[in-house]
Design a protein around this ligand. Structure first.
Ligand code: ATP
Length: 525
């Protein structure tokens, strides 16, 4: 079993954990990877960075055998891997995706058991006691523990990721000198404490003598946890650096091919107008007794630790879940318990956070997805016009910078960040009076994030009320006039002006009142 035989870093030899040379992959005629080189060393957390659509997922899919590259070589722990890769876990490669692929209604052990070792053992009954012991040992090694009999639905996001890591470790071959874990945006949309646990987990796994590739658009985390980084642009590696030798500005410049001095737009400098959204004692799933107002021109954030109600509040306001009590007024109209279509007609639009669940139709084309809310209006002589739909799709895709600019491509053929841009463009075209943004920059690169948020700031400048629901404190502190903090479904704090900092948002989320005051004093100094 791998846990007993994996070698510590110093014995694993000088060979890199992963050596990719001159990898090339085309989709049809389009080049996704071109002469790509990547070296990841044993014992390091290595950031793989780049703009949306630069080829990161294509590289990961090439390493795990989901797709076959056209040419190039891959070595894992000094062993040449035949391409296309078959049974990646046998080479010690495991990918931990953002939506981790666990069954909520099963216990942790049942989820893990579904992955019991391959081979003849598949035909034998699973020895539960033995499995329990092995998983307990694995948890000891990574220094995290969870109840093997707990339902997966009760675990926090970082615990779910841990289950996925432990499950992957269990699948690795007995004789692996080390393993290669690829964590593909595991922290996107996680509030800081949860993200921190995952970062610690990655560090531990690397320190135990494996290598970790961390794919992320959250550069603060990259600077905090990674040893080295490779930046890709348009399918090529353009920068390989030790983290201590670089900074965010250099990384972003390599990603985008241009410098970016500020990472976020400023909130509009306008005097708040009339109240657009008036919420009184709103109660629904998780949310308890929420009361607040947002005026025209205001950008107001909502945050909290994982599961504290910010996402649920967005869904409640957007009509995605049922209101139990309380009222919601938009421009004076009572929308309490209204259907999503009535809410949209009244001018309040929710750009959903969970892209795959709520926002898109994967098999539909970019054009079909992005024009969906306005198709009935795109008519010529009484019937829906394909040419008007095409023109509209092209205009909208250009507006949010979707790449490639191919309206006919199924949404599943776009990179994750570009899918998010399409969701954003789809809803922004309605020029909402009230814009509800749930994790708006999830999976979006820093350049595109600034552009998308800039469009929300423009909407606020022209009189919309903008409500942003997110665990990303850095972003909220930069773009919001004020931020409301939720705890167990209730609004427990409001921060604005000099009190509104990344640190004070975290402290308020953790109900650390002393730290909120200290951070506010520093902010004011
Ligand atoms: N199935 C596919 N068919 C055609 N083109 C594809 C397909 N999958 C990806 N591509 C294209 O290959 C390029 C690289 O995409 P990839 O998903 O690897 O980017 P990425 O760096 O992972 O982006 P993101 O940060 O947004 O997740 C993009 O131009 C994308 O549109």
């Amino acid at each position: 079993m791998s846990t007993a035989t994996r070698l510590p870093v110093e014995q694993a030899g000088p060979a890199p954990a992963l050596k990719v040379r001159s990898l090339r992959k085309t989709y049809g005629g389009a080049v996704a990877l071109e002469h790509l080189d990547l070296t990841v060393r044993v014992g390091e957390v290595h950031a793989l960075l780049g703009q949306n659509g630069c080829g990161k997922s294509t590289l990961v899919k090439s390493l795990t055998g989901v797709i076959g590259p056209d040419s190039g070589t891959v070595e894992v722990y000094d062993r040449q891997v035949h391409l296309p890769v078959e049974a990646a876990h046998e080479h010690g490669i495991a990918v931990i995706h953002q939506d981790i692929g666990l069954v909520d209604e099963m216990t942790v052990l049942e989820n893990l058991g579904a992955n019991a070792r391959y081979g003849t053992r598949l035909l034998l009954p699973v020895n539960t006691r033995r499995e329990r012991r092995i998983y307990t040992e694995l948890m000891d090694r990574v220094g995290f523990h969870f109840d093997l009999d707990a339902k997966v639905s009760t675990l926090s996001p970082s615990e779910r990721a841990l289950v996925a890591v432990v499950r992957a470790m269990r699948l690795m071959p007995d004789d692996a000198a080390g393993q290669l874990f690829i964590l593909d945006e595991p922290t996107a949309a996680l509030p800081k404490p949860e993200a921190d646990r995952l970062l610690t987990l990655m560090r531990t796994v690397a320190d135990l003598g494996s290598a970790v590739i961390f794919i992320s658009h959250r550069l603060a985390e990259v600077m905090e946890v990674c040893d080295r980084a490779t930046v890709m642009r348009a399918g090529r590696d353009v920068l390989e650096t030790r983290i201590e030798d670089t900074d965010r500005a250099e990384i972003v410049a390599a990603m985008l091919g241009r410098r970016m001095d500020e990472f976020y737009p400023d909130p509009p400098n306008v005097t708040p107008g009339e109240v657009r959204v008036a919420v009184d004692a709103l109660t629904g799933p998780v949310v308890r007794d929420a009361t607040f107002h947002v005026a025209a021109g205001e950008v107001v954030g909502f945050t909290g630790l994982a599961g504290m109600g910010q996402e649920e509040l967005a869904n409640l306001l957007g009509g995605a879940t049922e209101t139990v009590s309380g009222t919601v007024l938009v421009d004076g109209a009572d929308l309490t318990g209204a259907t999503p279509s009535r809410i949209i007609d009244a001018g309040m639009v929710l750009v959903p956070g969970n892209r795959l669940r709520d926002g898109i139709w994967v098999a539909g084309s970019a054009e079909e997805n992005i024009t969906l809310p306005v198709v009935p209006q795109l008519r010529k002589r009484g019937s829906v016009s394909n040419s008007l739909i095409r023109a509209k799709a092209e205009e909208l895709m250009a507006g949010v910078g979707v790449h490639p600019h191919d309206p006919e491509r199924p949404l599943g053929g776009f990179s994750g960040g570009n899918q998010q841009k399409i969701v954003f463009g789809k809803w922004m075209q309605l020029d909402p009076q009230v814009l509800l943004l749930d994790e708006p920059t999830q999976g979006v690169d820093p350049g595109a994030a600034k552009d998308l948020l800039g469009r929300a700031m423009d909407a606020a400048s022209s009189g919309s009320a903008v409500l942003v629901f997110s665990g990303e404190h850095e972003m909220l502190a930069a773009i919001c006039h004020r931020v409301l903090v939720l705890h167990e479904g209730r609004i427990v704090a409001e921060l604005s002006g000099a009190d509104l900092t990344e640190e004070s948002l975290l402290a308020a989320s953790e109900l650390d009142h002393a730290a909120v005051t200290a951070s506010a004093t520093e902010g004011a100094a």
